[in-house]
Design a protein around this ligand. Structure first.
Ligand code: ADP
Ligand code: 2DT
Length: 212
């Protein structure tokens, strides 16, 4: 019998919601359970495209808004062959930000529709589960100051949060809203339960195509 495929699990949410903390904890928990699993994060700043994005985020360069949107999207597409290979080999992928951040962040800029922003990611591997770590801007502020990177302001993060709220209404995506204001351990328990469930379901299903 062919090997059962891994699940594509995405963590989304505004800055400081706990995505990075929870990706690491989920990786450890699934590894301890004997599963093949890896973490990816977008943007992947290690590639040539990723370095252009990184310089833009660090405000070391300026890029036109459509152009940078396309670069974020290209940065996902360039990883698709590797992602598909890993999933087919049975490795579960935990992904820290994906196309939903792409659509939410660009559409929070003036003059961009959510529909236009989603187009460039249409057909990407479809996540089996997208967990939205829900945290109010006030609670996020308690977790420390924003850094120096582009987009790290209260006003912009609020606009992004509203765009995520629109994206979550899409029933074609398996969204789970996670209360990210709970303790690290309690959030982890919720995330682990949803993830194991998704892994068990995904292994018997073909990988889908996002927003198609
Ligand atoms: P993100 O990747 O979503 O930006 P991080 O995982 O980097 O978020 O967490 C942002 C900050 O908040 C870190 O200092 C982290 O230790 C802290 N943090 C993460 N989860 C929680 C939690 N559930 N409760 C309190 N603080 C948290
Ligand atoms: P972190 O590396 O701290 O997550 O910040 N972004 C991300 C976009 O604007 N478009 C995208 O497609 C993606 C994946 C979110 C990365 C910053 O880049 C934003 C915050």
């Amino acid at each position: 019998m062919a090997c059962k495929r891994g699940a594509l699990i995405v963590l989304e949410g505004v800055d400081k919601a706990g995505k990075t903390t929870q990706s690491k904890k989920l990786l450890q928990a699934l590894q301890q359970g004997g599963r093949a699993v890896e973490v990816l994060r977008f943007p992947d700043r290690t590639t040539t495209i990723g370095q252009l994005i990184s310089a833009y985020l660090e405000k070391k360069s300026e890029l036109e808004d459509h152009t940078v949107h396309l670069l974020f999207s290209a940065n996902r597409w360039e990883l698709v062959p590797l992602m598909k290979k890993k999933l087919e080999q049975g490795t579960t992928l935990i992904v820290d930000r994906y196309a939903f951040s792409g659509a939410a962040f660009t559409s929070a800029k003036p003059g961009f529709s959510l529909d236009w922003c989603k187009k460039t990611d249409e057909g990407l591997p479809k996540p089996d589960l997208v967990m939205f770590l829900q945290l109010s801007p006030a609670e996020a502020a308690l977790r420390g100051q924003f850094g120096e990177e582009r987009y790290e302001t209260n006003v912009f993060q609020r606009a992004v949060q509203q765009k995520f709220e629109q994206l979550i209404k899409d029933p074609s995506v398996n969204w789970q809203v996670i209360d990210a204001s709970k303790s690290v351990e309690d959030v982890h328990k919720d995330i682990k339960t949803h993830s194991i469930n998704a892994i068990n379901i995904a292994q018997n299903l073909p990988l889908g195509e996002l927003w198609k």
